[in-house]
Design a protein around this ligand. Sequence first.
Ligand SMILES: [Zn+2]
Length: 368
Amino acid sequence: MIIDEIELFKKLLSFRSITPYDDGAFEFIDDFLGTQWQVAKLNFGEVKNRVYIKKFGNSDINICFAGHIDVVPAGDGWNTNPFKPTIKNRKIFARGSQDMKSGVASFLYACKHTKNFKGTLTIVLTSDEEGEATHGTVKVLEYLKEQNSLPDFAVVAEPTCEKVFGDILKIGRRGSINGYLQLQGEQGHVAYPEKATNPIQQIASILPKISNKNIDDGDKFFAPSKLVITDIRAGMQVVNVTPNNLKLMFNVRNSTKTTQKEINILVDKYFSGLKYDFRMTQSSYPFVTNKNSLIVQKLQIAIKKVLKIDTKFSTAGGTSDARFFALFDIDVVEFGVINDKIHKANESTTIDEVKALQKIFKELLELF
Ligand SMILES: [Zn+2]
């Protein structure tokens, strides 16, 4: 199949691949890459994943490009059909144009058309990133480990740039810890507050001390870990009864300096003397790739060559599948188009970004 990178991008955008479905995208990609690639189809329940591997020459190096083909639902407020890519003023509008079919199209095209690369390329694709992510990339990496073919380096082509294309390369991500606290009081008549224990009264003086509180100072790569309250509820929506208990939820996007232990110490400090239950769950752990890693350095060089821009390192944002590569001790970086419309109505990216991203990935392979 001979098509250019923009045709490839438009084709990927036209699949209605809302998590966990691929809507035929994987069969299309099978055809696009062709028979020279060894394919593994790894399906778990409704989730489909693909691994494509090709050995180009005698070098031992194994480089992986990874991404997700799934998108979030379109939602309301679109001016065009979100699954019928529409080009206006060199912008291309469709769900997934930034997050992250631009990245997938760019690396698929670069991998197919690389000229001088002598190592092995591994392409990992999943339809389970925007959902639970339990049957996606992590399962593929377990499979590759069993096969003894984990890659040396990985590039996840999530949209990372902020103001201009090329400005940000992600070399890590913060982790995410959820806290659930229940404060136990004693219900009573509002006219006799002295005869009840009102948990709303109790939390009133604590809230200013914990809300938006920095738990550490951050460092060169991470912003401070901040406790952000996401939910508080108590009461029966009446004005004459004070509530029996209060439930509070919070989240901490944590750097490598903060763990569940530090959060426990903080909660103990401010709630001591009160009756409460507290538990935490951790949905992801923070990681950072050494900035001297070959993949970081060479990607930086490739970006400079194509865009004439000095890229900065960041660890900001939510979680991504890059965390799974870090879990398997693979040096991982993330680089992709500007991220300013992801998950929104009228998501779009520019044709120029996709063309340049594809070139950067090709340059990167030339550098190995
Ligand atoms: Zn994404």
